[in-house]
Write a protein that binds this ligand. Structure first.
Ligand code: F6P
Length: 548
């Protein structure tokens, strides 16, 4: 079964949502709460150690019901089955989207093209876990007989962002291995990394699904050249590991077959941290923690695929985004984790969400006349409060936000967590409630301001409020909960893509720039720039003056 291909704006529920928006658009969050004393309870979902509060949104139950109707009319139920059953829902690349198979129970069955893929996943995982154990325990030695103390992950996009974000997020669970990530093609990036490395004790993991990515191969080649200035060719096998689907290219690069951790074609780059792409995570936190990360994601998969839409975390949160995006005309969405460990979650989700749903053509190949993927941005709280929250509180733009926080800190013994949590709750409260003229006047009066001063200051100090947010409140930052959290965002991407009638799992939009960069690269040594536009031509001329 292929996905159904109906544009959402032709559906009955869409039209009803348009009139629902007209009815509700002037209504204030405070009014919703005043009308329904059980709103916080009714508009929240409890699942394992997650408490999802979506009550601070500009909608009521009638909106939620219509959004669910929209999901149903879009064929979401059937689409979820197609996704989990390994159908080739990534039609434009003729691929299945089966990263969910990587986190299923090792005794379950996941069929793809008539074959159960789980035994092969188990086999590869066993190899990965055994390798990680050897490196962590010091059994795996470098060319001079010393154990490995530093791991460098060479990759970009999905071969970098996921492992880097999770490794950082699980800092608390880390062992003694240092892990560094090199991604950019910028020579200064790789040189800064090399500067700090000891060739005798460093392990390099070249991660590239395609093994054709310019950035990754350039960095890998530069690092290999540097390495060979200190060691022999023979030593490569103790220091270079590859993760890829492209065995031929890996061996041509000089990494032997036994040092390759394969990945499957049906794992998309931005959803690949669960596969062997997660090797650096496994090295940094050990196999047990990695397994728990997988278990958490697997638990979220089970929740998503089996729970009624009304109680389904990814479905409800995805639909709320659709509500703001397509009916309120909102363009961006902020992600604010109240955890410094998760400071790179927004950057990671930028790829996941924007590379997936940044599409302007529907599944029938026609241009789209409604909004699709949102612009994602954010930073960790409370830092973000001192940076861009001003605009969220008093600016002219409506910015729905996900606030993510953990009830229990990882380190005990200080009084910071109450302060962090009070900020976490206060911000969504302030965004919702605002501060009216009466309250501001009262405060200014008690601060001793004159009537004239109050009149002058009043408009600047009033907060309109009525700004929406979701609170994703989780017991503690554990590998399991992190896995579930990431998987919940993956499924939100899927739900939105289904509703917007787009293909979420290709990324043709990143190809043109790569092609043009190759053309320009070869033009640096030539004299004929006539085929370039005047602006680009001038830039190339300017650059050529600096080339040595
Ligand atoms: O540029 C886009 C992209 O294809 C991403 O989707 C992917 O994560 C990244 O490049 C890296 O690709 P690879 O793992 O094949 O090197």
């Amino acid at each position: 079964m292929t996905l159904i291909k109906k544009n959402p704006n032709t559906l009955d529920s869409w039209k009803k949502l348009q009139s629902n928006f007209k009815t509700l658009s002037q209504k204030k969050l405070n009014e919703y709460f005043a009308e329904d004393s059980d709103r916080a309870e009714n508009m929240s979902i409890r699942w394992k150690s997650f408490y999802i509060d979506y009550s601070k949104n500009l909608l009521d139950q009638s909106t939620i019901d219509l959004l669910i109707q929209l999901a149903e009319e879009s064929g979401l139920k059937q689409a979820i089955s197609s996704y989990f059953d390994g159908e080739k829902i990534n039609e434009t690349e003729d691929r299945a989207v089966l990263h969910t198979a990587l986190r299923q129970n090792s005794s379950s069955t996941v069929m793809f093209e008539g074959v159960d893929v789980v035994p092969e996943i188990n086999k590869v995982n066993e190899k990965m876990f055994a390798f990680a154990d050897q490196v962590i325990s010091g059994q795996w030695k470098g060319f001079s007989g010393k154990p490995i103390s530093h791991v460098v992950n060479i990759g970009i996009g999905g071969s970098d962002l996921g492992p880097a974000m999770v490794t950082e997020a699980l800092e608390y669970y880390r062992n003694n291995l240092n892990v560094t990530f090199v991604s950019n093609v910028e020579g200064d990036h790789v040189e800064e990394v090399i500067k700090k490395l000891d060739p005798e004790t460093t392990l390099f993991i070249v991660v590239s699904k395609s093994f054709t990515t310019q950035e990754t191969l350039s960095n890998a080649n530069t690092i290999r050249k540097w390495f060979l200035e200190h060691a022999s060719e023979k030593a490569i096998s103790q220091h270079f590991i590859a993760v890829s689907t492209n065995l031929e290219k890996v061996t041509a690069f000089g990494i032997s077959e036994e040092n390759v951790f394969p990945m499957n074609d049906w794992v998309g780059g931005r959803f690949s941290l669960w596969s062997t792409v997660g090797l650096s995570i496994c090295l940094a936190v050990g196999s047990e923690n990695f397994k728990n990360l997988l278990k958490g994601a697997g638990a979220m998969d089970a929740h998503f695929s089996a729970t009624d839409f009304k109680e389904n975390i990814p479905v409800i949160l995805a639909l709320i985004t659709v509500w703001y995006n397509n009916f309120w005309g909102v363009e961006t969405e902020a992600i604010i984790p109240y955890s410094q460990y998760l400071r790179n979650l927004p950057a990671y989700l930028q790829q996941g969400i924007m590379e997936s749903n940044g599409k302007g053509v529907d599944r029938n190949g026609n241009p789209i006349d409604y909004q699709t993927g949102n612009i994602i941005w954010g930073a960790s709280g409370t830092n973000a409060q001192h940076a861009f929250f001003q605009l969220m509180h008093q600016g002219t733009k409506l910015i729905p936000a996900d606030f993510i926080g953990f009830a229990k800190p990882l380190h005990e013994g200080n009084d910071h967590h109450d302060k962090l949590m009070s900020n976490f709750f206060a911000q969504t409260q302030a965004l919702m409630q605002g501060k009216n003229a009466e309250k501001v006047t009262e405060e200014l009066k008690s601060a001793g301001k004159s009537k004239a001063e109050i009149e002058k200051l009043l408009p600047f100090k009033v907060f309109q409020g009525n700004r929406p947010s979701n609170t994703l409140f989780i017991d503690q930052l554990t590998p399991f909960n992190l896995g579930a959290l990431i998987a919940s965002y993956e499924h939100r991407i899927f739900v939105q893509g289904i509703i917007w009638n787009i293909f979420s799992y290709d990324q043709w939009g990143v190809e043109l720039g790569k092609q043009l960069a190759n053309n320009i690269l070869s033009d640096f040594d030539g004299d004929d720039l006539q085929h370039h536009d005047p602006s680009t031509k001038a830039l190339i001329y300017h650059y050529k003056r600096f080339r040595t």
